[in-house]
Design a protein around this ligand. Structure first.
Ligand code: HEM
Length: 106
């Protein structure tokens, strides 16, 4: 089913220990995610990325909905060596909802 941003806001609770999103969001343990959909990887201002994520950024990774979906399914599988310590979201609907929520912060 299509992603539901309201349901995705609840899923985002799993991300909030490390990520903020919104007009005034600042990077915490993880980079601020405002505008992340469609943005090149590794570009949050003032955030120090892992060598692994920086390498993906240099290789031209763009956070399209599909690529974010792949990353969130299995972060360390998609970007080996990433310092994002998160097991992943295995449910398709949870990922679709979450991505719909992220898209509400262009
Ligand atoms: C990186 C999303 C959970 C820590 C990222 C990036 C995205 C993302 C899209 C890449 C951003 C960029 O290139 O600017 C999410 C979402 C989460 C989640 C949607 C919840 C479903 C977490 C959690 C933590 C975390 C729980 C901390 C335990 C990080 C860190 C990075 C990162 C440290 C930088 C990775 C690196 O440089 O290798 N996250 N994340 N994330 N996230 Fe998360």
């Amino acid at each position: 089913a299509a992603g539901d941003p309201a349901a995705g806001e609840k899923v985002f609770r799993k991300c909030q220990a490390c990520h903020a999103i919104g007009p005034d969001a600042k990077s915490k343990a993880g980079p601020a995610l405002t505008g992340v959909i469609g943005r090149p990887a590794g570009k949050a201002e003032g955030f120090s990325y892992s060598a692994a994520m920086s390498k993906e950024a240099e290789a031209g990774l763009i956070w399209t909905p599909d690529k974010i979906g792949e990353f969130l399914t299995n972060p360390k599988g998609f970007v080996p060596g990433t310092k994002m310590t998160f097991a992943g979201l295995r449910k398709d609907q949870e990922r679709a909802d979450l991505i719909a929520y992220l898209a509400t912060f262009p």
